[in-house]
Design a protein. Structure first.
Ligand code: NAD
Length: 288
């Protein structure tokens, strides 16, 4: 009966689980990943983790010096490529490199993103919305992710397997103190995740995104250098609402752990937005 076959499958799963637990040290053995924005912060922590778990990684980033240095530091299983995710030829080349250097693409992590384009200075209120600034932000945070999914899908569809991960943000479900443009761009990442997960599931390709609260990366420095945001972040951190977990800024490793989980486990997990915020978004916290 179907109940018996389910029980058999559960036993098989338990056996496999025990077997794989023994090998938990190498959860991505033999897999190939492209990580955008990997020269710093969350992307760098994830590249380090993926390599420690047996993967080979293409570090795709704008920062040539930091990216080259990181690849050298990580050894033969890391390869740096200059990539501006807002340029289609760069994204296509980064994905192509995974195939030409390592022969396949198992994981595409669309992680690169910015809080504010340099030209913008600080964000404006909604009544001063400027479409040119908004477009500058979208070119990286939205179109960059869309291009990553597009080019990964082209390689993964014939393979009939693959895992695509995108970094959204807690501002994908909440408003942001930093920027209307940023908030909207991260909501769009969730939309891209859901729509492509739905289309690609028949090819065995899973698409998920990760939404961390504030993470201690160089990105945070941009927020702290803005007097308005600095003050707001101080208030946010010391506010009474929420538990201790939710008042802590994350380490990039916490996000890397989520990426590792999505890449190595959960064969049926697709179309999700994995929020990492120590419960803040469900606690009813002050404005972020
Ligand atoms: P980071 O600044 O440390 O790293 C971002 C990396 O992306 C840098 O190496 C940068 O060179 C690269 N990059 C920027 N524009 C690029 C482009 N056009 N093409 C290719 N690479 C580009 O920041 P981080 O905190 O690690 O940010 C990574 C992602 O996490 C971003 O999408 C960000 O929106 C998101 N995020 C960050 C936080 C946070 O508080 N730090 C919170 C939630 C989500």
């Amino acid at each position: 009966t179907s109940i018996d076959s389910a029980a058999t499958r559960a036993r098989e799963y338990a056996t496999t689980f025990i077997d794989t637990s023994a090998a938990l040290g190498r959860r991505l053995e033999g897999q190939v990943a492209v990580i955008t924005g990997a020269a710093s912060g969350i992307g760098e922590a994830t590249a380090r983790s993926f390599i420690a778990h047996g993967a080979r990684v293409i570090i795709a980033d704008l920062q040539d010096e930091a990216g080259t240095k990181l690849a050298k530091d990580l050894g033969p299983n890391a390869h740096f490529v200059h990539c501006d995710v807002s340029k289609e030829e760069d994204v296509s080349e980064s994905v192509g490199l995974a195939v030409s250097v390592y022969g396949q693409l198992d994981i595409m992590y669309n992680n690169a993103g910015i809080l504010m384009p340099k030209s913008m200075g600080t964000d404006t209120g909604i009544s001063d919305l400027n479409l040119a600034d908004m477009h500058d932000m979208f070119r990286i945070n939205v179109y960059g992710v869309a291009l990553g999914i597009k080019h990964a899908a082209r390689v993964m569809k014939p393979q009939r397997r693959g895992c695509i991960i995108c970094t959204a943000s807690i501002t994908s479900i909440l408003s942001s103190l930093a920027s209307h443009y940023y908030t909207v761009s991260k909501h769009a990442v969730v939309g891209l995740t859901r729509s492509s997960a739905s289309e690609l599931s028949e090819y065995g390709i899973r698409v998920n995104c990760i939404s961390p609260t504030i993470v201690m990366t160089p990105f945070l420095r941009i927020m702290l250098s803005n007097p308005h945001l600095n003050k707001k972040l101080g208030e946010w951190r010391t506010s009474e609402a929420g538990c201790n977990l939710s008042q802590t800024f994350l380490s990039p490793d916490e996000v890397a752990k989520a990426a590792l989980f999505l890449a190595s486990d959960g064969n049926y997990i697709s179309g999700h937005n994995l929020v990492i915020d120590g419960s803040r978004s469900v606690t009813g916290s002050p404005k972020l």
